[in-house]
Design a protein around this ligand. Structure first.
Ligand code: S3P
Length: 171
């Protein structure tokens, strides 16, 4: 299918911290020539501080409030590729809003890969007790109809796989 016939529907990536949402999202955006947005970048710009600073100075509840605000705004856009922060679509309201205008894909990775990617903990205030958090969120991620296992695949392969699914789902 040619890019000019592509559906207006957004592509929305979710999944746990470290699964590669941002890297894969950027590649998708390049392939389909759409704008890329990372929800955490929008939150940081709005708050005027980094994610760890938001957590340290205002707490998680404040972060989740900002995250909700941004989710609802992003859901009003079209023709965008959105990489969400790992907690954004755990929230039912955010999930419903972004699913209404976007093709949502949940990326899955095995625990050892997540461990490897999170071990430095840089920029991720919730990385330390990630296993517990992962268990708590499992059911919320399972609600998302489309899942892709990232293990053993390159970002380009995953991007192409997601684009093919998005095109098929939207015809
Ligand atoms: C979070 C994931 C982070 C970021 C924040 C909280 C979460 O994004 O939004 O640190 O609750 O899972 P990434 O999934 O891009 O690391």
């Amino acid at each position: 299918m040619a890019i000019q016939n592509d559906p207006p529907r957004n592509i929305v990536l979710t999944g746990f911290m470290g699964v590669g949402k941002t890297t894969i999202g950027k590649r998708i955006a390049e392939f389909v020539q759409r704008r890329f947005t990372d929800s955490d970048d929008v939150i940081m710009a709005r708050a005027g501080m980094t994610i760890p600073e938001i957590f340290a100075q205002h707490g998680e509840a404040y972060f989740r409030g900002l995250e909700r605000e941004i989710a609802l705004e992003l859901a009003t856009q079209e023709r965008v590729v959105i990489a969400t922060g790992g907690g954004m679509l755990v929230d039912e309201v955010n999930r419903a809003a972004l699913s209404a205008t976007g093709f949502v894909v949940c990326l899955d990775a095995p625990p050892d890969l997540i461990e490897e990617r999170l071990k430095h903990g840089v920029g991720r205030p919730l990385a330390q007790n990630w296993r517990e958090l992962y268990e708590k969120r499992r059911a919320a991620y399972q609600v998302i109809p489309v899942h892709i296992d990232v293990n053993g695949k390159t970002a380009d392969q995953l991007a192409q796989e997601i684009i093919a699914l998005w095109r098929t789902a939207s015809t």
